[in-house]
Design a protein around this ligand. Structure first.
Ligand code: AMP
Ligand code: GLY
Length: 429
């Protein structure tokens, strides 16, 4: 069986790693992949947003299953394009992927289906957004409408910061002109965030274990938001039984049935970014893909065959499935380039990955490449995902951080407190 994995991050390295372990021994191709995925299969030099190029490759190679990692090809309609040519492609259609493509559409979907979320307003003129901020006062959350790699959101502590965010999004177009045409301004939700993933086959959903991300760049949740600086799974004790009931009844079921009613049933993995508030779970956002680095921690713990599960999504046979999870705790620490999420240097030699693996860590590549001299060098903001699985959180953290300490590149930056917040909670190990 031939599988094509699309993407080049730590998430895609982890997907390829887990698929490779399937008893069905698939042959893997990864487009464009990274030096980590090259050890598991064949990297294909086609970019993740080149839908025509990917389609050509999949037809030529008679790929049996394509697994899409990032959101961009999904929002460009890769699943529809592949399906039209008779190819099996795992992920939501272009119409369903719109949940992530536009924050305005996402919020309007939530409102239409009465799904709990932060109260919000949409503006397409900066003057009106400013007038609303003056009237409402801070704190407020200001979001650019379009995809902005997780960076288009400002949680403004006061009106001045909210005004500034509107200027950056709508006037300076810091996230591009299209993304800045509209802003969503919403109430600040208080509570703890959790990442919930549901495998979906159009009608049925199987919830995966919970994971928690660490979005801010520095320890103690300080500094700007990033794509994710580290994660752990499971997350015991955060959702009370009443929250879990509401999650299914008020969020997952209405989301699935809402999409069916709108003629765009959801296939793939639905990522619910939730805030667990005193009033129950509320949706902060939908994503139409796995989270990175949450995916790495989940796949480190998934005992079931991922390939079977992904095929059950496409075949509409999830109802009879469940996922088996290893009891151990998985921790993933992002090693980033100094300066990320702002500007950073690239092409810096990386050493010590094998040493980290000898210490028990599993290292997934993200922003790395092999240079002309054959050296592994940095090539992105998030460079590596250093993961570990162990019976206790303390042991998983110890191994992951020993791995990080064994790895060197100039300016390496990581958070030292990944998973610490789980320690305090009842039910933690
Ligand atoms: P988003 O891209 O919508 O997921 O937002 C990025 C991050 O901003 C989230 O993970 C939260 O940490 C924060 N955030 C977004 N919306 C809210 C909100 N209404 N209240 C509090 N924090 C928020
Ligand atoms: N780690 C959060 C995300 O992938 O969006």
């Amino acid at each position: 069986m031939k599988i094509l994995v699309i993407g080049s991050g730590g998430r895609e390295h982890a997907l390829a790693w887990k698929l490779k372990s399937s008893p069905r021994t698939p042959e893997l191709f990864i487009a464009p992949g990274n030096p980590g995925t090259a050890t598991l299969g064949t990297n294909v030099p086609v970019k993740a947003d080149d839908i025509d190029g990917l389609l050509r490759f999949a037809l030529e190679q008679a790929i049996d299953l394509t697994v899409v990692g990032p959101e961009v090809p999904l929002t460009l309609g890769i699943v529809d394009a592949f399906k039209e040519r008779g190819l099996r492609c795992w992920g939501p259609s272009k119409a369903a992927a719109k949940l992530e493509g536009s924050k305005v559409e996402m919020k309007e979907f939530l409102r239409r289906h009465n799904i709990p979320t932060a109260a919000f307003k949409v503006f397409n003129k900066p003057a009106e957004a400013h007038a609303y901020i003056d009237e409402a006062g801070g704190p407020l959350v200001v979001k650019s409408d379009g995809l902005a790699a997780g960076k288009g959101v400002t949680v403004a502590k006061d009106a001045a910061e909210a005004h500034d965010a509107v200027e950056r999004i709508m006037v300076k177009h810091e996230f591009g002109k299209a993304a800045g045409a509209q802003v969503v301004i919403e109430e600040v939700l208080r509570g703890e965030e959790v990442s919930v993933f549901a495998l979906c086959d159009g009608h049925n959903a199987v919830l995966l274990d919970y994971a928690q991300d660490h979005k801010q760049v520095n320890d103690g949740d300080e500094g700007p938001n990033t794509g994710g600086m580290g994660a752990f799974s499971p997350v015991p004790g955060l959702l009370k039984p009443r929250d879990e009931d509401e999650l299914v009844r008020r969020i997952v079921v209405p989301t699935m049935s809402g999409l069916v009613k709108e003629g765009r049933p959801y296939v793939g993995v639905l990522f619910l970014g939730l805030m667990i508030t005193d009033g129950g779970p509320k949706v902060i956002e939908y994503n139409v893909r796995f989270g990175d680095p949450e995916c790495q921690t989940l796949l480190m713990r998934l005992d079931s065959d991922l390939l079977d599960l992904l095929e059950a999504c496409i075949d509409g046979t999830l109802e009879s499935r469940s996922c088996d999870w290893h009891r151990d705790i998985a921790v993933c620490v992002t090693m980033a380039s100094g300066g990320y999420p702002g500007s950073y240097a690239s092409d810096l030699p990386i050493t010590g990955i094998e040493a980290a693996e000898r210490l028990g860590a599993t290292v997934f590549h993200a922003g790395t490449r092999t240079d002309k001299q054959g050296r592994l060098v940095t090539a992105g903001g998030r460079v590596l995902s250093v993961c570990a699985r162990a019976p206790s959180l303390a042991e998983a953290r110890r191994i992951a951080y020993a791995g990080c300490d064994a790895i060197s590149f100039t300016g390496k930056h990581l958070r030292r407190d990944i998973g610490e917040r789980a320690k305090a909670r009842k039910g933690g190990r």
